[in-house]
Structures are given as structure tokens and as C-alpha cells.
Design a protein around this ligand. Structure first.
Ligand code: 8X3
Length: 249
């Protein structure tokens, strides 16, 4: 029987690439996102069955209603990819916009919890499952003006460790994936559509693409049953740390 993987933030970037990689590996997919048209377009492209759930991870009641609406055939989730999340703004702490802070903490931290709490009980019941949390190099090292985004990802790092400790006894694997610079619409969202600023983040070197991270996630979830890839940092070759990227121009 095909395994079921549930991916949040599946309508773009790393989530979308992961959906394609896991479908190619034979997984049936629950695709979660806010934009139904995008999810429908993705569903039509995939070689395996998928089921669409539209919600905003920040909306605890909405998330709950969405998961409660899952037909029985889709309820046994084998793999949860907590991918939804974003950066909003980049400025010194004293200049930060509290609405941006809320958006990051509510999606990157609360959102991960809102979804996980609905999937974990079934995994515990079946004594099996795998949760992959998308963190960031920013969760391991801060950088100037990254403050709250870095804090939200540091929280993801702590939650990955804590979940692994609590769920290990239930036969559930927890993996943490911390990408560096990946050329997606991440920076366009962070800089609120300022494409020039967004492009500058990825210029002068070869950044990762979403497919590079998806390929890693595919390996993590298809590794032999006794293997848990606990924590991986994935960087472009040109990147040495959160603050150090070798640019040719
Ligand atoms: C994305 C990587 O370095 O732009 O999480 O924060 S970084």
C-alpha cells in the first residue's frame, strides 16, 4: 500500500518540490496550503493520488476543521512535512514591525504546532510515523537584522529536538532540515515584493534550488526503517555560514 505524506505549504517553493519528489517516490499526498488553485494545478501534475486541504496554519480552528474533514482513506498519515513558514521583513530589532513578528512567530512556530498536534495522535496509535520539520541555517546562527525570523527558526530547532525526545518511545521519527540560501519566492515574500532586493540575495553565486532540498527530504523519509536522519544543514557550496557567502560579484 502506498504511504501517505502530508505537506504544509505545498503550493510553492520547497513544499511544492517536495510534493513532486515524494509523488515520484510513490507517496500519496495530502497537499496543504492557502491557495486552492495552486494546489489543484499541482495535483493535476502529480503521478500519484493526492487530497487537498486549504487552511492557514496560523488558524488553529481552521487547521482542526481541515484535518477533521479528511476522508477515512486519508487519515493514516505516515509522514508529516512541516514546511509552511516564511520571513516577513528584515530590519534591526528596534525598527521591526510587530505585525511582521506576529506573522513569523504565528506561522513558523504556532503553525507547526497547530498541524503537528492533529497528526501526532494517529501516529502514536499506529506506533509509526515520521515528522520532518523545516528549520533554517537561521535557526542555528543569527545574522544582523534577522532577529525574529532567526528566533522563530531557533524555536523550530528546539521543537524538533523536543518532539524527537517525546515521540521516540512511540516509534515516531523526527527529522530537522536546516537549509541555507534557497532560490524560491522566500526573499520576495520577506521583502514584500521588492524583486530587486530579493534577487540580490541570490546573485553572484549559485544558490540551492527547491529541488535540492526536496531531494534531501526524499532521502530522509525513504531511508531504512532503523535509520533516523536527525538533523541536516544543507547549504549551497558557496555558503559557509548564515553570514558568509562567497560571491563572485
Ligand atoms: C532561509 C535562509 O539564511 O535567508 O531560512 O535565513 S536565510
Amino acid at each position: 500500500m502506498n504511504k501517505i505524506a502530508c505537506i504544509t505549504g505545498a503550493s510553492s517553493g520547497i513544499g511544492l518540490a517536495t510534493a513532486k519528489a515524494l509523488a515520484a517516490a510513490g507517496y500519496h499526498l495530502i497537499l496543504c496550503g492557502r491557495r486552492l488553485e495552486r494546489l489543484e494545478a499541482l495535483k493535476n501534475e502529480l503521478p500519484t493520488d493526492s487530497y487537498l486541504l486549504t487552511f492557514d496554519v496560523r488558524d488553529r480552528n481552521g487547521v482542526e476543521a481541515a484535518f477533521q474533514s479528511l476522508p477515512e482513506a486519508w487519515q493514516n498519515i505516515d509522514v508529516l512535512i512541516n514546511n509552511a513558514g516564511n520571513a516577513h521583513g528584515m530590519s534591526a530589532i528596534q525598527d521591526g514591525d510587530p505585525d511582521d513578528w506576529d506573522a513569523m512567530m504565528h506561522s513558523n512556530v504556532d503553525g507547526l504546532l497547530n498541524v503537528s498536534r492533529l497528526v501526532i495522535p494517529g501516529m502514536i496509535q499506529r506506533a509509526a510515523g515520521h515528522i520532518v520539520n523545516l528549520s533554517s541555517i537561521a535557526g542555528k546562527q543569527t545574522y544582523p537584522n534577522g532577529n525574529v525570523y532567526c528566533a522563530s527558526k531557533a524555536a523550530v530547532e528546539a521543537l524538533s529536538q523536543g518532539m524527537r525526545q517525546d515521540l521516540n518511545v512511540h516509534g515516531i521519527k523526527v527529522s530537522n532540515v536546516a537549509p541555507g540560501a534557497v532560490n524560491t519566492d522566500f526573499s520576495a515574500v520577506r521583502f514584500k515584493g521588492d524583486q530587486q532586493k530579493a534577487d540580490a540575495v541570490y546573485s553572484g553565486y549559485e544558490p540551492l534550488v527547491a529541488e535540492d532540498v526536496a531531494d534531501l527530504i526524499r532521502y530522509i523519509v525513504t531511508a531504512p526503517a532503523h535509520v533516523n536522519i536527525a538533523d541536516v544543514t544543507i547549504l549551497p557550496k558557496a555558503q559557509a555560514s548564515a553570514t558568509q557567502i562567497l560571491r563572485k560579484n
